[in-house]
Design a protein. Structure first.
Length: 210
């Protein structure tokens, strides 16, 4: 089964994609993860990508299209895959179609903007060990420091309130129209629920069994 995950930034696409990937035995292809790795490694593409992501903008389609095409041609994708973070625009969806890549289902994770803002602006990350906390739902027992290694916690640049609002605006303008584009294949799932319930709902919507 070839599946696309849609949803606003912070809706939980990555978490649910990984869960469904493990249950169905198909790989998750996350453009976000590939881009973050490039940024972390300081590659030429990574530096270009950072200039866009730090202000909440999307990468140029030609860059992302090339990354995805190469990844879906790899051996582990032959029996199905989950696309997380692609397509994000109608031209990207058209590019996917032009590649003659079959899409079986599109999972749209639905959640209110207010909840997204609360989730993302409250996130705190340890720059030393990578541990993640949330000021409301998962605060560090060590206060403003990491409970695991003691380093001061930081706010990721793309979790700053103004960047979150910018990313949501971009999503509504450029990505939300994809639900109409894929309307015959879209299944909607409430993403403001416990993780296990969301996973179960996705599986039921796909008619899949773990």
């Amino acid at each position: 089964m070839n599946i696309i995950f849609l949803g606003a930034p912070g809706a939980g696409k990555g978490t649910q994609a990984e869960r469904i990937s493990a249950l169905l035995g198909i790989p998750t292809v996350s453009t976000g993860a590939m881009i973050r790795e490039a940024i972390k490694n300081g590659t030429e593409m990574g530096r270009e990508a950072a200039a866009y992501t730090e202000r909440g903008a999307l990468l140029p389609d030609e860059v992302v299209n090339g990354i995805v095409k190469e990844r879906l041609a790899e051996e582990d994708c032959k029996n199905g895959w989950i696309l997380d973070g692609f397509p994000r625009t109608l031209p990207q969806a058209e590019a996917l179609k032009a590649m003659q890549i079959r899409v079986d289902a599109v999972v749209s994770l639905e959640i209110a903007d207010e909840t997204i803002v609360d989730r993302m602006t409250g996130r705190r990350v340890c720059p030393a060990c990578g541990e993640t906390y949330h000021v409301k739902s998962n605060p560090s027992p060590a206060g403003e420091n990491c409970a695991k290694c003691g380093a001061p916690l930081t706010v990721r640049k793309d979790d700053a309130p103004e960047v979150v609002l910018s990313r949501l605006k971009v999503y509504h303008e450029q990505s939300e129209p994809l639900k109409a584009y894929y309307k015959e294949k879209v299944v909607t799932v409430n993403a403001d629920a416990p993780l296990d319930r969301i996973t179960d709902e996705i599986l039921r919507a796909l008619g899949a069994k773990a």
